[in-house]
Design a protein. Structure first.
Length: 136
């Protein structure tokens, strides 16, 4: 004679509701950030070698150039129509090259073995030269 055992669920209903709420809040955060970023704003790529910024490149439409990273000739970057990417690198896995083009503020890519990183940032138009925030 076999007894009926209670059926075990992997998730309780409350767990699924909590997980769905967390995913919804995270998705909303990414969506707000994406929508608040003006695609027509000027952006620049800051290039770092060994944790020091070595070059800044304005990502303008129509600008096409290929250059080696200052201080690290084994890494070549490609700027093309307002986007930048790792073009060549001597690293083993080429993960930096597989990252593809970067063009939106907040995006970044790095070649850790060669100590090179690219970070995309919006250009601030602070024409007055004053402070951005005032605290009274």
């Amino acid at each position: 004679m076999q007894m009926d055992q209670p059926r075990r669920h992997f998730f309780a209903k409350k767990d699924l509701i909590i997980i769905a709420a967390v995913l919804l809040v995270a998705a909303a955060g990414f969506l707000v950030k994406y929508l608040l970023t003006d695609p027509n704003s000027a952006v620049e790529a800051k290039i770092y070698y060994n944790a020091q910024m070595v070059k800044t490149v304005m990502l303008s439409p129509g600008l096409n150039e290929k250059f080696s990273v200052p201080g690290q000739p084994n890494v070549t970057l490609l700027v093309s129509n307002g986007k930048i990417r790792f073009y060549t690198s001597t690293c083993k896995d080429k993960i930096c090259i597989k990252a593809g083009f970067l063009s939106r503020p907040g995006e970044s890519a790095a070649c850790l073995p060669n100590k090179v990183a690219i970070k995309i940032e919006a250009v601030r138009n602070n024409e007055s030269g004053g402070a951005d925030t005032y605290i009274s």
